[in-house]
Design a protein around this ligand. Sequence first.
Ligand code: FAD
Length: 492
Amino acid sequence: MKKDIIVIGSGFGGLATASRLLSKGHDVTIYEKRDKPGGRAYVYDVNGFKFDGGPTVITAPFMFDDIYTAAGKKREDYIEFVPCNPFYRIFDSDGKPFDYNSDHEFTLSEISKRNPADRKGYEKFLSTTKAIFDKGFVELADKPFLKFTDMLKVAPDLIKLQSYKSVYKYVSQYIEDDFLRRCFSFHPLLVGGNPFDTTSIYAMIHYLEREWGVHYAMGGTGAIVNALVNLIEDQGGKVQLNSEIDEILVENGKTTGIQLKNGNIHKADIVVSNADVAFTYKNLINKKHRKKYTDRKIERTKYSMSLFVIYFGTKKRYLDSGLAHHNIILGDRYKGLLNDIFHKKHLSEDFSLYLHMPTITDPSMAPEGHEAFYVLSPVPHLDSGTDWSEMAPKYRDAIMQFLEDNYLPDLQENLVAEHYIDPLHFKNTLNSFKGSAFSVEPILTQSAWFRPHNRSEDVENLYFVGAGTHPGAGLPGVLSSAKIAENLIGEV
Ligand SMILES: Cc1cc2nc3c(=O)[nH]c(=O)nc-3n(C[C@H](O)[C@H](O)[C@H](O)COP(=O)(O)OP(=O)(O)OC[C@H]3O[C@@H](n4cnc5c(N)ncnc54)[C@H](O)[C@@H]3O)c2cc1C
């Protein structure tokens, strides 16, 4: 039967779900609290620059193709993807670069420059990640894991694949050199995990990169958001902005719709929440309807780190700076820094950074002759107790000074646009519990069946998509959650 469906939030998970359900023939309306769609992929327009707020690395572009195909359209008519080469340029603490891409010989030659003995180990590592990828991504990422028996069925395979090991430990079995171990184990950070705690299933991200490449969307990730909104509207769906939902209405254990902050009530047969899952249970559903997701359970769950991100534009170009499109700048400390962020919840003075320079590939992101950047530093979530209203300007100054001293000469006198976000932004603007940037931490005991399910166990006709649900954060993860929700809700 054709259903009236409300989607809360217009992150990638919400947009993909809306389009998929429209393709199945349902009526769908998205309610988004902010003035623009995209969630973490919000675009900041500052002085002629376009800054993508969040995701920049597109690793499985075919997942967007699938959404368009389901709607009877062609992705190419809406979005253009271009490959990035290298995938990443990773700098050690002396500023020495290491590049990798899908050209096997090239990557081996880069490894040889660091430690020739690791060539063989890398090849072995790569061959084992195929099995992890086949199981973890191809087979399991779009399965719902609603029953404990679903978990039991895959347990033997997970043990065989050594998923009880951390990504760092797994990589270290094959690779000797300390810096190269970092280069092939940082990937869980892209989905909110500590490489020393995240299950080695996430070692498949490197395989995924090699299989489909690392891409950039021309016009920025914001262009993908706009293209999905256009698709949804072409399909007859609606996206209501500036519409914050205050409560998910429940009668006799079933949702009947939502109430907005302005008091308006909208009835629905089904509600799909793309808002942070912890926030949704704790703040949008009355306690009396929550048997499983009690405040205590939400509080005891472990959440991923937060981020400090500075978006900045310069009036000169930095094409000769030795930077690539995607740069990772590692500091001296790796395990110690991650321990501070994830376990001690302590904001350290040192940092490791991701530096995005999209204008290398796409000058349209800045006024002519200008360069656009964003720099991101992983920081603890709000359990750190850091007073960000006082700390943010100081933290910003330390990062910008570091970049000026080491990578971008005369940076500060060339700045013409700037904006930054900190953990308070994740909590207050994006409604993320504890200001976490990636929601529920991806550790083994919070994965698959152990992760918040895509169909609510407390409220009938309520579904969840997005970073905090199964399978997890990152664009491939949240797009998979949309596919799961579509399959659970079914056809007209
Ligand atoms: C800085 C940064 C960089 C990243 N880089 C990458 C990358 O390069 N590649 C990658 O794959 N992933 C990356 N990620 C992760 C990825 O961006 C996220 O996992 C993904 O975008 C989350 O999507 P989501 O579907 O969970 O929704 P979100 O983006 O979290 O959106 C949720 C939406 O719900 C809305 N909302 C919340 N409460 C309400 C309410 N009460 N009423 C109405 N609306 C509400 C919010 O305003 C928001 O728009 C990055 C994340 C960050 C923060």
